[in-house]
Write a protein of this length. Structure first.
Length: 234
């Protein structure tokens, strides 16, 4: 019984030392009148962010975008086109250099793709990083009673050396501790390409007790979104 309690305390302390999820909340909306099963090709636009909000250097952003597309390809049972692939396809159909337009005016190039998306796809996906923050607080120190293993050496009545293991309760004081919190919020929307109307949307807000853990949360957000959206188009 003492051994079970001892290892139980060790497990609890180990769990407390690991990064813990503070909160994860998803809010969805979808068009109940739309037949999602008709989607055969979808364009995944590059992830955007709110003005003046940085979430990594250009290489990090490129890797995050690749991860977002990979999650789409893994979970959607349809043809997935990147924004760059859509530009090339529509440049040929419209006899228009969308790559050059994207270099000079990315917003206008994206608008042209959306206006003509029906030529090459059934729907498109946009994603925006609404928040990418780090903060911290100090967790006050505290004292708890824990079990400590002790060993006693003695001689039995025949003079033989013996060892006895036992456990005692001792107070253990933990000092104040800094706790880092990583926060990310994303909004993802799906539009059908014929009329440009939104058919599915999600806001995903996540916090985690860890330092700069947004990259991992970004991947889980994308995977969760495309996994749930994929269930609608199967």
């Amino acid at each position: 019984m003492f051994i079970k309690k001892f290892f139980g305390v060790i497990l609890l302390l180990a769990m407390m030392s690991l990064p813990q999820s503070v909160s994860a909340e998803k809010t969805d909306w979808f068009d109940r009148n739309f037949n999602f099963r008709n989607i055969r090709t979808i364009i995944v636009f590059e992830v955007t962010s709110n003005p003046n909000m940085g979430y990594g250097d250009p290489i990090t952003r490129r890797n995050l975008q690749d991860n977002f597309v990979q999650n789409a390809q893994k979970n959607l049972r349809c043809n997935v086109m990147t924004e760059a692939e859509a530009r090339r396809a529509l440049s040929y159909q419209l006899n228009m250099d969308l790559d050059s337009l994207n270099y000079s005016n990315p917003t206008q190039a994206r608008y042209v793709i959306m206006q003509n998306a029906y030529r090459i796809a059934d729907a498109w996906v946009t994603a925006n990083v609404d928040a990418w923050d780090d903060r911290s607080y100090v967790k006050p120190g505290y004292t708890v009673w824990e079990q400590r293993r002790e060993t006693r050496v003695y001689r039995d009545r025949h003079g033989n050396r013996r060892e006895e293991t036992y456990y005692i309760q001792v107070p253990v004081t933990y000092p104040p501790q800094r706790v880092d919190i990583s926060t990310i919020q994303m909004t993802m929307q799906v539009y059908e390409s014929r009329r440009g109307e939104m058919i599915f949307a999600r806001k995903d807000v996540r916090d985690r007790e860890d330092y700069q853990a947004q990259k991992g949360m970004f991947g889980r957000i994308g995977n969760s979104f495309f996994e749930d959206f994929g269930k609608k188009i199967r």
